[in-house]
Design a protein around this ligand. Structure first.
Ligand code: NAD
Length: 404
């Protein structure tokens, strides 16, 4: 009989993975403890927008994917539950992974594999997951970190290289076969600790590179130079690739994972800590520029300033750790209230002053701060004519717009 794959946690990562596995002919059960989500999925509703998801969902349904609230008996378990971090202590909260594994252990048969896709701080599996398996030494553990990016998830699922960290070759090869059913990228086999560390190291690399661009922004401002022109020219060097500066770093990965290294290796993770501080300083830097520009144009109240974009990147609906939310918390600290906000992807009220219609939002804004470069505003940039525009993402063609 064909093996069953039980994907646990059907969020941004687990759902496309489960659908992809099913669409490629695997026997898949998707499990999520959120009853409402399971009902939605059973009714054919996709919980978030992502290019190619509708087609994939249709294919997976046709191939017989099942959605359940509880874990089921399976040969392979893929765990993609959240791994939030505790902001004060900068430490990972492994409780979701621990609970998911505990629940899997109550139903899993002999020699099942539990592959954790959730991003974890290096050492988490040894510290928190392995002790749960003392009574079940027959069950095999693995870590298969995920690299896909919202907005391009389906393509990247099939084309990115994957890392499989496992305790033994047999487990690694059994998993490799599963991932090869949809992944055309290179699949690299290693041990669990190296897989954990590599994932965090990759995100930290990007954080440091962005911090460099952000630091250059501040230097360029002092020197009276255009940072974008500087980076454009520097990147002509065949071995230089500086990323783009921006109003801050958000999302659940790049702004979080470096803290795991800072927390676990104090005194050693020095560049990493400096980069985090630089990137975390950007929302406040933007806020200061907003008041300078507003003052220059005699805009006296934040009530005439509109911030476009609440998500952490363009064309997605994910607002976790977003620069705009970071900026709002600085505003609150300085009692700078009254501004309004708009994001075409955020349909529910999440902040005070949020509006849901672009034209209404623009009507109220003498000054518009572009915090996210959604395609919508790039296409509709004509509507910004006559406004003072501060484009922190450098996405508009308006040559009069202020930049970082
Ligand atoms: N979102 C990304 O772009 C991205 C990229 C790479 C890696 N990751 C990592 O992948 C993991 C999952 O992230 P996500 O964005 O998909 O999270 P998410 O919050 O979108 O989804 C997680 C899902 O897990 C469910 N869940 C929680 N505990 C459960 C349990 N015990 N049993 C069953 N279901 C449970 C939740 O109800 C939720 O639907 C995280 O560790 C994250 O760091 C995310």
């Amino acid at each position: 009989m064909k093996q069953v794959i039980n994907v646990t946690g059907l969020g941004y990562i687990g759902l496309p993975t489960a659908l992809m596995l099913a669409a490629k002919g695997n026997n898949v059960v998707g499990t999520d403890c959120n009853k409402e989500l399971i009902e939605k999925l059973e009714a054919g509703t996709i919980p978030f927008s992502e290019a190619g998801m509708e087609r994939l969902f249709f294919d997976a349904k046709k191939c017989g994917i099942i959605f359940e609230e509880e874990n089921v008996k399976a040969q392979i378990y893929i765990v993609a539950v959240p791994t939030p971090y505790e902001k004060q202590q900068k430490k990972i909260d492994p409780s979701y992974v621990v609970n998911a594994v505990k629940s899997i252990l109550t139903v899993c048969p002999q020699k099942a594999i539990i592959a954790i896709e959730s991003t974890v701080a290096p050492g988490t599996i040894d510290r928190f997951v392995r002790p749960l398996m003392r009574e079940r030494s027959d069950v095999c553990l693995a870590h298969v970190p995920e690299r896909i990016i919202p907005g391009s998830m389906i393509w990247e699922l099939q084309n990115n290289s994957r890392t499989i960290g496992a305790d033994d070759k047999d487990t690694a090869n059994r998993l490799k076969e599963v991932y090869q059913s949809f992944c055309r990228g290179e699949i690299v086999l290693t041990d669990i600790k190296t897989a954990e560390m590599t994932k965090v190291v990759e995100n930290t690399y990007r954080d440091i590179n962005i911090a460099y661009a952000n630091e250059l922004t501040k230097i360029a401002r002092r020197a009276g130079l255009d940072v974008y022109e500087m980076i454009r020219i520097a990147n002509k060097h065949p071995r230089v690739n500086i990323l783009s500066p921006g109003p801050g770093v958000g999302g659940h990965c790049i702004s979080v994972d470096p803290w795991f290294l800072v927390g676990d290796y104090p005194g050693l993770a020095n560049i990493i800590l400096a980069a985090r501080k630089i990137n975390d300083s950007m929302p406040e830097f933007v806020l200061k520029r907003v008041s300078e520009i507003a003052e220059q144009h005699e805009i006296e109240s934040l009530g005439r300033v509109g911030f476009y974009g609440l998500t952490y990147k363009e064309n997605v609906d994910d607002v976790r750790e977003s620069p705009t939310l970071q900026l709002i918390s600085f505003m609150k600290k300085h009692m700078a209230i009254g501004a309004h906000f708009y994001d075409p992807f955020v349909k529910e009220q999440i902040v005070k002053g949020q509006m849901f219609d672009l034209d209404e939002f623009l009507k109220l804004s003498d000054m518009v701060v572009i915090m996210v470069g959604h395609d919508e505003i790039v296409k509709e940039q004509e509507k910004l004519k006559g406004k003072i525009v501060y484009d922190t993402r450098h996405v508009l063609s308006d040559t009069d717009a202020y930049h970082l």
